[in-house]
Design a protein around this ligand. Structure first.
Ligand code: PLP
Length: 445
C-alpha cells in the first residue's frame, strides 16, 4: 500500500467538538482516516481497515465510486444550487420518479430533506398535517418504541427510545409520545434471522391506544429492524400485527428505513422484505451512498392529495422544507446511486451474500464475551458482556477491532456490523476474522 496519502494529525484537535464521541478519549489517542477506496479505509498512522460498518451504514457501494463522483462533478459544473421553494430543477423530479418506482404500493409522493433526522421530523409533521387536512385535528400523539433510534431533532429524539440520548433534554421533548416495548427477548440471543417468538409485543400498541384513545394517535413509528441499538430483528408476524392495529384505529404506520432502505435486507425496502406496507417511509444513508447529505420521505398518494387539496389554489400547502431539500448535488449523487443499484443488481447481490454473512457472524459465538448475535440481510449485531459499566466493553472492542483492521460501529455494548453491498465472500471472511482478533484482544486486556 502506498503511504503517499498519509497525513499528520492536525496541529490542533481542540476546536472541533466531535459529535457522539468521547472527545477526551479521542483527543488523547486520535483515530484519523485519511483516505478511503473501495471497501477500505486508510488511517493517519498507516493502518488499513476493512469498512465493516459501511461508515455509518451509509457507504454500501464502497468508497470512491467513479460514477457518483462524475455525476456530482457534472452537476456542479452546470447547476450548483437552486432554491427549492417555489421553483425547481429537473433532477429532483427525475429522482422522485425513480424512487417512487422502488417504493411499495402507492408510496409515490416524495419529499426531500437533509438527513435521517429531518426525514423523521418531516414524517411526523406530514402525519399531523394529513389529519388536519381531513378534519381529525385531535390526532397529534405519537407512538415510538424502546431502543428505537430516529435521529436527534426534538421530534425524532422524542419518538426514539434510547434513554441516554434524551435524559438531558427531558424538559424540551415533544408532548404526547408513548413507547412500546422493544422486541428483543432473552430467547432471541443467538437466533438467525427473524425470531419465532415475540409477535405479541405488538399488542403494546393496542394498550397505548386504549390509554391515549386510538382516535388521538397520529402515527406509530418503528424501524422495521432496530439498527442503532444493535440490530434487533422483528419477530415473525410482529410488523403485520402492528399494521392491523394501526388500521383498526386509523393510525398511520411510519417505517423509519434510514438504515434498512435501499437494499440492506435484500429488498429495496424492509417493507417489501417483510411484506408489510406502511403509510410513510423515511430513508437517508444509502440514498447518496453517504456522500452528500440527503433524506427522503415517501408517502401514500392519499396523504399527499389530502394535504394539497385542503389548501386554496396558489397557497403553500405544507409550511415545511429545508434550504437543502433536494439540492442538485445531492440529487445527482442519488441518481447515480440508483443507476448502480440497477446495473449491478445490488439488492439481489445482498440477498445472495446474506447466508455467508450469517454463518460468519454466528461463528463468533464461541468467544466467551459474546452474549448474543443477531442478523438479517447484510446487517448484524453482536452483544459483548458488560465490564464495570455499560458501554465500556463495547467501546474497547471497537478500538481493538480498529487496531486489528476492521471498522465496526459500537452502541453501548452492542457492535453493529453492516458490510458494504459490494463485498465478496472473501471480504466478509476478512471482516469476521479481524473482528475475532479484535474481540480476542479485548478478552486479553
Ligand atoms: C433509523 C434511523 N433513523 C434516523 C437516523 C438519523 O439520521 P441522521 O443521522 O442522518 O440524521 C438514523 C441514524 O443513524 C437512523 O439509524
Amino acid at each position: 500500500m502506498s503511504t503517499s496519502f498519509q497525513t499528520k494529525i492536525p496541529n490542533s484537535l481542540n476546536e472541533h467538538w466531535m459529535p457522539f464521541s468521547s472527545n477526551k478519549d479521542f483527543k488523547k489517542n486520535p483515530r484519523i482516516i485519511v483516505k478511503a477506496e473501495g471497501i477500505y479505509l486508510h488511517t493517519h498512522d498507516g493502518k488499513t481497515l476493512i469498512d465493516g460498518s459501511s461508515g455509518l451504514y451509509c457507504n454500501p457501494l464502497g468508497h470512491g465510486r467513479k460514477e457518483i463522483i462524475e455525476a456530482i462533478k457534472n452537476q456542479l459544473e452546470n447547476l450548483d444550487y437552486t432554491m427549492p421553494f417555489q421553483q425547481g430543477y429537473g433532477g429532483s423530479f427525475e429522482l422522485a420518479t425513480m424512487i417512487a418506482q422502488k417504493t411499495p404500493e402507492d408510496l409515490n409522493r416524495i419529499f426531500y430533506t437533509i438527513c435521517g433526522s429531518t426525514a423523521v421530523e418531516t414524517a411526523i409533521k406530514i402525519a399531523v398535517a394529513y389529519f388536519r387536512s381531513i378534519g381529525q385535528t385531535n390526532r397529534f400523539k405519537f407512538v415510538g418504541r424502546e431502543r428505537g433510534y430516529h435521529g436527534m431533532n426534538i421530534g425524532a429524539l422524542t419518538v426514539g427510545g434510547i434513554p441516554n440520548n434524551s435524559r438531558e433534554f427531558k424538559n424540551i421533548l415533544m408532548p404526547g409520545v408513548e413507547h412500546m416495548r422493544h422486541t428483543f427477548l432473552p430467547e432471541h440471543k443467538f437466533v438467525k434471522g427473524q425470531p419465532d417468538s415475540g409477535s405479541e409485543l405488538a399488542d403494546d400498541l393496542e394498550v397505548i391506544a386504549k390509554k391515549l384513545g386510538g382516535e388521538n394517535i397520529a402515527a406509530c413509528i418503528v424501524e422495521p429492524i432496530a439498527g442503532s441499538t444493535g440490530t434487533l430483528i422483528p419477530p415473525k408476524h410482529y410488523l403485520q400485527k402492528l399494521r392491523k392495529i394501526c388500521d383498526k384505529h386509523g393510525i398511520l404506520l411510519i417505517f423509519d428505513e434510514v438504515v434498512t432502505g435501499w437494499g440492506r435486507t435484500g429488498s429495496a425496502f424492509a417493507a417489501q422484505e417483510f411484506e408489510v406496507t406502511p403509510d410513510i417511509i423515511t430513508m437517508a444513508k444509502a440514498t447518496t451512498n453517504g456522500i452528500v447529505p440527503m433524506g427522503v420521505v415517501a408517502v401514500r398518494e392519499k396523504i399527499y392529495q389530502s394535504v394539497i387539496d385542503a389548501s386554496p389554489d396558489g397557497a403553500v400547502e405544507l409550511f415545511h422544507g429545508y434550504t437543502y431539500s433536494g439540492i442538485p448535488v445531492a440529487v445527482s449523487a442519488a441518481i447515480a446511486v440508483q443507476k448502480i443499484f440497477e446495473k449491478e443488481d445490488i439488492f439481489n447481490k445482498v440477498k445472495k451474500l446474506s447466508k455467508h454473512f450469517q454463518d460468519g457472524l454466528h461463528s463468533l459465538k464461541d468467544l466467551s464475551c459474546v452474549d448474543s448475535i443477531r442478523n438479517y440481510g447484510l446487517l448484524g449485531g453482536v452483544d459483548i458482556s458488560m465490564r464495570d459499566k455499560p458501554g465500556k466493553a463495547g467501546f474497547n472492542v471497537y478500538k481493538k477491532c480498529y487496531d486489528s483492521g476492521v471498522n465496526i460501529k459500537p452502541t453501548g455494548d452492542a457492535l453493529i456490523i453492516a458490510p458494504p453491498f459490494v463485498c465478496e465472500k472473501k471480504d466478509i471472511d476478512e471482516i469476521i476474522e479481524k473482528m475475532r482478533k479484535g474481540i480476542q484482544s479485548h478478552l486479553k486486556s
